[in-house]
Design a protein around this ligand. Structure first.
Ligand SMILES: Nc1ncnc2c1ncn2[C@@H]1O[C@H](COP(=O)(O)OP(=O)(O)OP(=O)(O)O)[C@@H](O)[C@H]1O
Ligand SMILES: Nc1nc2c(ncn2[C@@H]2O[C@H](COP(=O)(O)O)[C@@H](O)[C@H]2O)c(=O)[nH]1
Length: 206
């Protein structure tokens, strides 16, 4: 039977650079993660591709998925639903593939409840002023949406303590390297490579 894959969850406030850093990681020659494409009810932005950036669905379609148990997690974020389809995650992990999720904090905490063996990484901006510059600079949201996203960011940053790791996104290549180093180290941790040792050590301590 294939060894179960590892789940990596990257979250952090909107505009911090999760997508940019994730692309930097996925563009690496040695990348072998599977990206979990989320489902959302928000409008598609210019340049986005259905099935690659998101599965863009209606509110009714999203609510049907929730009802039928098809979501690993979901959250309402600034007037829209966002969520992680469960089937792809289950299939990939069962096939021994490592899966990468890029989601907001409420969803990440739902995943943590259901899959505590995952690796939970919080990406943080150098400061809130820089965060606002990044959201404005991206040019995808009007000022009302930007203000709603910034208002959420303060509470989201307070959630950092509930993650296994916090990484500052000051420069994209540096942030990507830090995350890759965390994942390398987690991949070869005793608890993943020799789970029976972990149990023995646990017994010895108690
Ligand atoms: N380290 C960085 N320095 C300067 N600009 C950055 C950095 N990282 C990302 N950016 C820029 O910040 C903007 C937001 O980045 P990105 O869309 O990747 O954020 P995000 O966290 O994925 O946002 P969302 O959660 O809303 O999807 C983009 O214009 C991106 O080019
Ligand atoms: N809980 C979830 N959050 C998600 C998911 N996919 C994306 N997101 C997060 O939503 C906000 C807004 O995204 P945007 O594309 O409209 O800028 C951002 O923090 C994303 O990371 C998901 O499946 N579940």
């Amino acid at each position: 039977m294939a060894k179960q894959g590892m789940l990596i969850v990257l979250s952090g406030p909107s505009g911090v650079g999760k997508g940019t850093v994730r692309k930097e990681i996925f563009d690496s020659d040695d990348n072998d993660f599977q990206y979990s494409v989320s489902m959302t009810t928000r409008q598609m932005r210019p340049g986005e591709v259905n099935g690659k950036d998101y599965y863009f669905v209606t509110k009714d379609e999203f609510e049907d998925e929730i009802q039928s148990g098809g979501m690993l997690e979901y959250a309402k974020y600034v007037d829209n639903y966002y969520g992680t389809p469960l089937k792809y995650i289950k299939q990939s992990l069962a096939a021994g593939k490592d899966v990468f999720l890029e989601i907001e904090v409420n969803g990440a905490m739902q995943v943590r409840e259901k899959m505590p063996d995952g690796v939970f990484i919080f990406l943080t901006p150098p400061d809130l002023i820089e965060l606002k510059h990044r959201i404005i600079g991206r040019g995808t949201d009007d000022m009302a949406v930007i203000n709603k996203r910034m208002a959420k960011a303060v509470d989201e940053i307070k959630m950092m303590r509930n993650y296994d790791y916090a990484v500052v996104n000051d420069e994209v290549p540096l942030a990507a390297e830090r995350i890759k180093a965390i994942i390398r180290s987690e991949r070869f941790s005793v608890k993943r490579v020799m789970p029976e040792y972990e149990e023995m050590l646990g017994d010895a301590e108690s």
